[in-house]
Design a protein around this ligand. Structure first.
Ligand SMILES: [Mg+2]
Length: 385
């Protein structure tokens, strides 16, 4: 009763002088019935989270050292607030452990209606991270939608809010998966517009893959072994061979558990060694120093834009290289990541180019360069309802 009375007084004073307030004060017995809707109408708007499962179709069968697939499950999120909607996405390649079921179960636990101010990103995203361990992609889907919403409320793109120069975006690599010689040659020709190619290694066809690409083009190559090599001495021999072939960087050459071997390899390698599977979140970076030359940041690993920004700052302060990567994603996830791209050494943001049922229009790749849109938030528009 005391609580109702206090609410009633708050509503009355907010409406002081109006005819409604006068009538409420005149009839206190009806207060709780009448005040509730009045308060709702007068209160600040609240955020509402919506989400739906979606399946991305890949243009080509995608093969890496450990798996092969033609689809990627994603969950598309929206946060509505005061007539404005922010968009987000969780992309969940199956080998990472999240799924439509796990993400929707996690998102069902998220209650954004209790926050009055969407600008309180730090508080809101801390609370969401604390809801359950793991679930980084599901968490990122909320983080991205919230950032998009806040950018739209501020009427500014995130590269402006963060203070980055949109002209300093990098060229993205275009990924060539493990395949037959004919397919690799064909894909290399199709990738003519890209200035950097990324080759997937880690099976017994590694030299064939690189030599086939080199038979078509002499553009720079980055390599991703996806933990596919096991022996550090053999790995070092391959690093030297790759260096001679114009490979400029190698991701995750050895299993992430072989920390001492990775540190040994990084110390001797002629090219930078980048940790991907071995570096998930902000807290992993201090222990990655000395093990890797740099880190591959992905929004779907690190819970989203807010932590990714912190990771770049921390890695730079430790004099480590930074790569910005992605999963196969719609243009929503790619656009979100792209706002950080002016700050990184390498970008691998081709995820939306590998799919044929995108639902957003956003950051583009023009002549191989990540090209940000001059639009608020993360800069996306929906292509389909
Ligand atoms: Mg990788």
């Amino acid at each position: 009763m005391t609580h109702n009375r206090r609410d009633f007084l708050k509503a009355s004073s907010a409406l002081a002088g109006s005819a409604v307030a006068a009538s409420l004060i005149a009839r206190p017995a009806e207060a709780s019935a009448v005040v509730a809707p009045t308060r709702r109408g007068a209160a600040r708007p609240r955020m509402t989270l919506r989400f739906r499962a979606y399946t991305i179709q890949l243009r080509h069968v995608f093969t890496i050292a450990t798996s092969s697939r033609t689809t990627t499950p994603v969950v598309l999120t929206e946060i509505a607030y005061d007539g404005i909607t922010g968009y987000g996405e969780a992309s969940m390649p199956p080998y990472l452990g999240e799924s439509h079921e796990s993400a929707t179960a996690f998102l069902a636990k998220v209650d954004l209606s209790k926050y009055e101010n969407p600008f309180e990103l730090e508080t809101i995203l801390h609370d969401i991270d604390a809801l359950a361990p793991g679930n980084p992609a599901a968490k990122a889907s909320v983080d991205i939608a919230l950032h998009d919403l806040v950018g739209r409320l501020m009427k500014q793109p995130w590269y402006n809010i963060w203070g980055f120069d949109a002209r300093k975006t990098p060229y993205t690599s275009f990924t060539i998966g493990i395949d037959t010689q004919d397919v690799v040659r064909q894909k290399t020709k199709e990738a003519a517009a890209y200035k950097v190619l990324k080759v997937k290694l880690g099976r017994d066809t590694d030299k064939m893959m690189v030599e086939t690409i080199r038979s078509v083009t002499d553009k720079p190559i980055t390599a991703d072994v996806n933990q596919g090599w096991k022996d550090r001495a053999a790995a070092l021999d391959m690093m030297h061979w790759l260096h001679e072939k114009g490979v400029v960087m190698v991701e995750q050459p050895l299993p992430k558990e072989q920390v001492d071997d990775l540190a040994w390899l990084t110390e001797r390698s002629p090219v930078p060694v980048i940790g991907d599977e071995g570096v998930q979140r902000l807290a992993d970076i201090p222990k990655a120093k000395g093990v890797y030359t740099g880190i591959n940041i992905k929004l779907m690993k690190c819970t989203g834009m807010r932590e990714a920004h912190k990771m770049i700052v921390l890695a730079r302060s430790l004099d480590m290289k930074v790569m910005l990567g992605c999963m196969t994603e719609t243009s929503c996830g790619i656009s979100a990541a792209s706002h950080l791209s002016p700050m990184v050494d390498w970008a691998d943001l081709d995820g939306a180019l590998l799919i044929n049922n995108d639902v957003y229009d956003g950051t583009q790749v023009l002549d191989g360069k990540v090209t940000l849109r001059d639009r608020p938030g993360i800069g996306v528009r929906t292509l389909k309802a």
